[in-house]
Ligand binder design. Structure first.
Ligand SMILES: Nc1ncnc2c1ncn2[C@@H]1O[C@H](COP(=O)(O)OP(=O)(O)OP(=O)(O)O)[C@@H](O)[C@H]1O
Ligand SMILES: [Mg+2]
Length: 289
């Protein structure tokens, strides 16, 4: 088959692409000035083994970047470099620059606590703390010294509203444990907990993969809403999800030495319909991974 093979029909029909937004965001990515996050030659190793090699990309403010690619291609490892979560893994080392609003977060002078407030994280498995819904959301602000009851009440309410959970929990805020919510509700609680710390960027590692289809759509809707105010980077194995929610998609795969690398990044509409690289096309159409 020639390299310019026509994109496989069935996938085109299955995937609904958020085309106008994607194209606009993607075009803007190549313009200068409007950059929230930029990674420059980022390589990440665990002891001697390279897990991510030489990744440079930019993320526009108020956009959603999706990281896709086969298992082991370094998506989670790369995601963790945005808020230095790899610092917590023994043996992990990161090279290159990760700039947030133009400032290199790898700089030893950067406060990691403050960085993680600005760049919040939502994990695959919802992980509410074993405390009330209210206390889950108030936890971050309290740790930062906010003790004014009225301000905390307000913050809890706005965060739960933004996370589209308020109506379901408002009568049980202090009585019900975060652990007593359904999986989808727990994930929205974790999102509210992140929002309460007033972040700029939200990282999500397969945030809906443990959820049922209805809860998944709920989370996707929520991501689109949050995109109005936040920059979001999401890892997903769900192609439809990447196509539905993201503006820009980055495809990772493994080199022969198993190190993950970035094959291509571009507007989601283009990546899913006219990828530049054969490897991307093969992956998206299910010929690999
Ligand atoms: N804590 C760790 N210690 C050592 N090696 C690790 C660690 N975490 C990940 N790795 C290795 O780094 C490589 C990339 O892993 P990573 O979890 O980033 O991939 P991924 O693309 O997120 O995969 P998946 O889709 O399965 O979640 C793999 O070879 C993995 O074994
Ligand atoms: Mg992963």
């Amino acid at each position: 088959m020639p390299a310019t093979a026509v994109y496989p029909e069935p996938l085109l029909r299955r995937v609904e692409v958020a085309a106008p937004v994607a194209a606009a965001a993607g075009e803007a990515v190549t313009q200068t000035g409007d950059v929230k996050i930029a990674t420059e030659h980022v390589s990440i190793s665990y002891s001697e083994k390279v897990a991510v090699r030489d990744v440079s990309l930019t993320v526009q403010p108020r956009s959603i970047l999706a990281l896709i690619g086969p298992s082991g291609s370094g998506k989670s490892t790369f995601l963790r470099c945005f808020n230095r979560m790899n610092d917590l893994i023994p043996g992990a080392s990161v090279k290159g620059e990760v700039c947030l609003d133009g400032e290199n977060v790898m700089d030893p002078q950067v406060s990691v606590v403050e960085l993680r407030r600005r760049v919040g994280m939502v994990f695959q498995r919802p992980n509410p703390f074993p405390m009330s819904i209210y206390e889950n959301v108030a936890y971050g602000p309290r740790r930062r010294g906010q003790n004014d009851r009225r301000k905390l009440d307000e913050l809890v309410e706005t965060s739960l509203k933004r996370a589209a959970l308020w109506d379901e929990v408002k009568d049980d805020l202090r009585r019900k444990s975060g652990l007593a919510l359904s999986g989808g509700q727990q994930q929205r609680l974790c999102i509210a907990r992140v929002l309460a710390t007033d972040p700029d960027v939200i990282l999500m590692d397969e945030p809906a993969s443990a959820l049922d289809p209805v809860s998944t759509l709920r989370i996707e809707e929520l991501m689109r809403e949050l995109r109005e105010a936040y920059t979001i980077v999401i890892v997903t194995h769900n192609m439809q999800q990447a196509a539905r929610v993201s503006d820009v998609t980055a495809f990772f795969t493994m080199a022969e030495d198993r190190a993950g690398y970035l094959v291509e990044v571009g507007p989601t509409g283009q990546i899913f319909t006219r990828p530049t690289e054969r490897l991307t096309e093969d992956y998206i159409s299910g010929r690999f991974g």
